[in-house]
Design a protein around this ligand. Structure first.
Ligand code: ADP
Length: 343
């Protein structure tokens, strides 16, 4: 791209266009103000010059000559004053144009940067989501095409294929549910009530019992009866995500420990596992959408979409809960919820 093309393309950017609009407004105001100021300042100078006879009767004879000389000098000075004023105003406007361009550009950048970032994040999200949706769809398509090409298909094979299809369809449904959960614009107010964390924990545990038993994982629940001020359903949703991950990333026969403690005005509710753990270099990113610490795990049974913690993070901000994570690779992880205590 030549420098001329670069310059032309710069002037067509949204930032340049917005800056130009700001500048046009500033310059219009400045010019209008200058014209008003010029007129207001020169009007008193345009009053008729008094004749000498009014003040100096002694000069009666040479009055005409004297008056014309005085008028000429005054007119000259008035012209000079008008020109000097106009020149100053032109320079002031030129200064405003230069400073205004810089200020307008800065303001335009400041207003557009968050919009550009949001658009960038949205297109990244769409591209990641499409990528994730494509995988199960491709698997479904390939399995069905291979089955169709076979001249004969036993009932057993057909059932296997259907079972496989059901699994992939379930993955697609889970993924679309998670995507909807993340995109949901639930800006409305949430209700906060007094909630017994023991109750939330036992309800959340019900949903992972089967998965934990299938991996021979022991779940130890030492959560005390403590009351927090929160939204019960949303707290349960976050806890469900932590428990689901604890089971997913635990080795068979591992232990998951749930505990609670009170610290000042806050209640700490922790889910500790002895599973795969997370590298320190991955920890800052695990709450980002589609982030998976161990990409190789996407192909085995612990595969996920990297959306669970992003959802937990979104919900936690909505109900003013802080999440803390400590983890050591191969030793395990602890996810702690810090929730405001009920009065
Ligand atoms: P996923 O569906 O992949 O589990 P999450 O958003 O729930 O997505 O988690 C993001 C990543 O954080 C996971 O891919 C995993 O690498 C890591 N992670 C989350 N919880 C745990 C855990 N309890 N133990 C080990 N790694 C975990």
């Amino acid at each position: 791209m030549t420098s001329k093309q670069k310059l032309l393309s710069f002037f067509t950017t949204p930032t340049a266009r917005l800056a130009a609009t700001h500048l046009a407004i500033i310059m219009c105001m400045s010019i209008v103000f200058s014209v008003i100021f010029y007129n207001a300042s020169t009007r008193p100078l345009e009053r008729p010059t008094p004749s000498s006879g009014q003040f100096m009767p002694a000069f009666q004879d040479d009055r005409a000559l004297f008056d014309s000389e005085v008028r000429r000098v005054i007119e000259e000075r008035l012209d000079e004053t008008r020109k000097a004023l106009a020149t100053r105003l032109v320079w002031i406007n030129f200064g405003i144009l230069i400073a205004g361009s810089a200020v307008s550009y800065m303001l335009a950048r400041r207003s557009l940067t968050p919009i550009e970032e949001a658009m960038e994040a949205q297109s990244q999200f769409i591209s990641d989501a499409s990528h994730e949706l494509r995988t199960p769809l491709t698997v479904l398509q390939t399995t069905n095409e291979v089955a169709l090409r076979k001249s004969k298909l036993s009932i057993k094979d057909a059932k296997n294929i259907i079972a496989h299809n059901v699994t992939e369809t379930k993955k697609l449904r889970d993924l679309s549910n998670m995507l909807l959960e993340l995109l949901k614009n639930d800006a409305g107010a949430v209700s906060f009530t007094e909630v017994d964390i023991q109750e939330v924990v036992s309800e959340s545990l019900n949903s992972i019992v089967a998965a934990a038993q299938a991996k021979n994982i022991v779940v130890e629940d030492s959560v005390k009866q403590l009351y927090v001020k929160t939204n019960k359903a949303l707290l349960g949703q976050i806890l469900g995500i932590f428990l689901d991950n604890a089971v997913k990333y635990s080795k068979p026969g591992g232990v998951i420990l749930l505990s609670s403690k009170q610290e000042d005005e806050m209640i700490h509710l922790s889910v500790k596992d002895e599973g795969a753990g997370i590298h320190a270099s991955d920890l800052p990113y695990i709450f980002q959408r589609f982030y998976r610490a161990d990409k190789s795990r996407t192909t085995n049974e612990t595969s996920g979409y990297g959306l669970g913690l992003a959802i937990a993070d979104k919900i936690s901000k909505k109900i003013h809960i802080k999440i803390e994570v400590s983890s050591k690779p191969a030793k395990g992880s602890t996810f702690t919820l810090i929730i405001p205590r009920a009065e």
